[in-house]
Design a protein around this ligand. Structure first.
Ligand code: ADP
Ligand code: MG
Length: 313
């Protein structure tokens, strides 16, 4: 029984902390990461990000030594460009992100950022360069300003407002009685799931990471919020690719989110089976992406009709 009680106890603790809004989502991510036994190489230097060029070179990886999670993956994210990963569940998308963060050691090949092998740099500097918008964000029982400003110590009010605007949260904040001084969270104004996610977006925007990593997981949100979050993600990805040569890598479930991405990578069984921009991929008659796109379009049409039917009722 004692063997059982320990992880259960841990889960209960995490659950309670989540509920009380007192856990930093990124810390939680680390906490939940099974194996963090990876140590820095002796004499590891800090990663120096100049252009934010990311390169996967023939990367092979398996979690269990049997099933190939990644089977010879090569791609390059050029300076200031955006890349989206798509593909069915289990195809290897999240694995690519985990390996970029070096949560696991690859089997063979190499992952480079600005020509530095990520095995040769300190993990702290690596993770500092990668800005991730968490799927679940946690709010502090504090003001909106604090909750966004938490993304970067010493951020000015103007910078916080700018970030809130970019995350499409500013108008909502201005509708609160005390605007940016409004307390949110358990003991204050309760934000919807979509609004929380936009707080997380604003935080990340404020952090100005050299490389943006987005895992778009909006399944828990209702359609309305999902649309907002999608727009904000698009905006973030656009901002990322326009200004300051920031590169971005995102996992997209809703294909409409990635129309403007520079490169779309289609995964299947740990391999890249198609790549190109949206227009190129749609132009392929028997293309996998084209098929996914057409299917999703038809599903969305059904969904739209359903919503309209409910409204008419
Ligand atoms: P995706 O994000 O595209 O849904 P993943 O990268 O999570 O796919 O998974 C790729 C493959 O690796 C799948 O076969 C999956 O079952 C396996 N896998 C993912 N995470 C783990 C893990 N922690 N331990 C063992 N196998 C895993
Ligand atoms: Mg995944």
């Amino acid at each position: 029984l004692s063997q059982l009680s320990s992880p259960l106890h841990m889960l209960g603790m995490i659950y309670r902390q989540l509920n009380s809004g007192m856990v930093d989502a990124e810390k939680l991510l680390k906490l939940l990461e099974e194996e963090t036994e990876i140590v820095d190489a002796p004499g590891a230097k800090d990663l120096v990000v100049t252009d934010g060029v990311i390169e996967f070179r023939d990367v092979h990886f398996s979690y269990d030594g049997k099933v190939k999670a990644l089977d010879g993956v090569s791609f390059r994210i050029d300076k200031g460009t955006s890349v989206a990963l798509v593909g069915e569940s289990g195809s290897g998308k999240s694995t690519i992100l985990r390996l970029l963060f070096r949560f696991y050691e690859i089997g063979s090949g190499a992952i480079l950022i600005d020509n530095q092998d990520i095995r040769d740099v300190t993990q702290v500097s690596l993770r500092k360069a990668l800005g991730v918008v968490p799927q679940e964000s946690v709010l502090w029982n504090d003001t909106v300003e604090y909750n966004i400003g938490y993304g970067r110590q010493g951020a000015t009010k103007e910078e916080i407002i700018e970030a809130a605007r970019a995350a499409r949260l500013h108008d909502r904040i201005m509708s609160f009685p005390e605007q940016y001084n409004t307390v949110v969270g358990e003991r204050g104004v309760r934000l919807s799931g979509g609004e929380k996610q936009r707080v997380a977006l604003a935080r990340t925007i404020l952090k100005e990471p050299a490389i943006l990593v987005l895992d778009e997981a909006t399944s828990a949100l209702d359609t309305e919020n999902e649309r907002f979050v999608q727009q904000a993600l698009e905006k973030l990805a656009n901002m990322a690719s326009q200004a300051e040569g920031r590169s971005s890598l995102m996992i997209a479930h809703r294909l409409s989110t990635i129309v403007s991405c520079d490169q779309i990578i289609v995964m299947r069984n740990g391999k890249i089976i198609e790549r190109g921009n949206h227009r190129d991929l749609l132009a392929r008659d028997d293309g996998v992406f084209a098929g996914m796109w057409n299917q999703q379009i038809s599903v969305d049409r059904d969904m739209a009709e359903e919503v309209v039917a409910q409204l008419v009722d």
